[in-house]
Write a protein that binds this ligand. Sequence first.
Ligand SMILES: [Mg+2]
Length: 427
Amino acid sequence: MTGFIPRDSAAVDSPPLATASDIIHLDMDAYFASVEQRDMPLYRGRPLVVCHTDDPNSLRGVVSAASYEARTYGVKAGVSVLEAKKVLKNAIFIAGNYDKYLHTTRQIKEICRRYSDIVEVYSVDELFIDASKVKHLFGGTARVALEIKRAIQNELNLTASVGVGPNKLVAKMASEFNKPDGFTVIEPDDLPDVFAPLPVGDIVGVGRRMKRHFDAIGVKTIGDLADVPVDYLTAKFGIVGAALHNASLGIDGSVVAGRQAREIVKSFGHTHALGSGISDKRELKRLLLGLTEGVARRMRREGYYGRAITLRLSLARMFSISRSKTTAYFTQEAKDIYPVAVALFDRESELVEQYPPTLIGVSVSRLIRTEDGIQLSVFDIIERKNKELTVAVDAIRDKFGERAVFRASLDTWKRQHHTVPRLEVAK
Ligand SMILES: [Mg+2]
């Protein structure tokens, strides 16, 4: 790298690098396909494609998992069933049984919880475990990780790739090192040597678009990225820039969200009652701007950024509507939120004329937070969606029992799992 100022010149408040590798990441290998192969001897050793579709005989739908036998043909999650059937003439195509997978995930979680009660179900096939409080009972975090891996193998007959590192970012990258059935420990002291030569695309959250940009400026490895001044990165990628800089150094301030650490704040919103109704659109937009500024101010004060903007209108005391749009960027600024709210408002122009609003409101959800003013982790930003749904599913099950997860939420999960706008998950 030439032409860049050395990174030391950039002032960054980074979370300190942990001194011990106490975070475990479990990534189940070809999860849905492995569960099916486990339960059906006929499927073993053959290319098996689990589809997200009502009818696996049709050509519609999308692949939600492929066995390793199918992956050698390039078929993987996210590919259309049509494409998969073109390259895999003799494969078995089945519809996914998501209730079964979620149930199995719960079993995996229970196994992990025998060792530590700080367990985060991060997505349906990935879990984080914080072993810092319990490692002395088992002879170290690596032993905890190995025992969990063995218990999953023995009791559930499934393999997991396991990574151990000083934080979630490093642990997650470590679990990628040796798939399937891998086991990789990265100690803090080894971090710079291990990280620097890796391709920059290996950082969790660096998607194709970002990678293209890095290619263009000659940043090929994580080591190269560490040399890019943080100011450059923040100018280019907004709040994600600082997180990227930290990530390049293996620094990640996010915590393993056990049961106690669940997000409480879901949205920030302000509303304004309008008496018997106002139909003057300019006046309504002026009010909307004031509400938006209030919301943005509160978000900044409490350190939140959000992506989903919702407009609420009560119309002539007769009915209420809410309209939402998800933006490409996380923001906490009125200048980003207001135009979206206005666009939503303009679309309801006719309704507003017909039924003068008696209440107007704006809110921002899909939140992420900078923890106690610490730099945001790349990691926190990116797979938030998976996490939200896992937590939602958990919450439903805690409340209503195992059978209460509706197909609707699975569909939501699926949609979210396959579409990660702007920041594509590197997979
Ligand atoms: Mg997996």
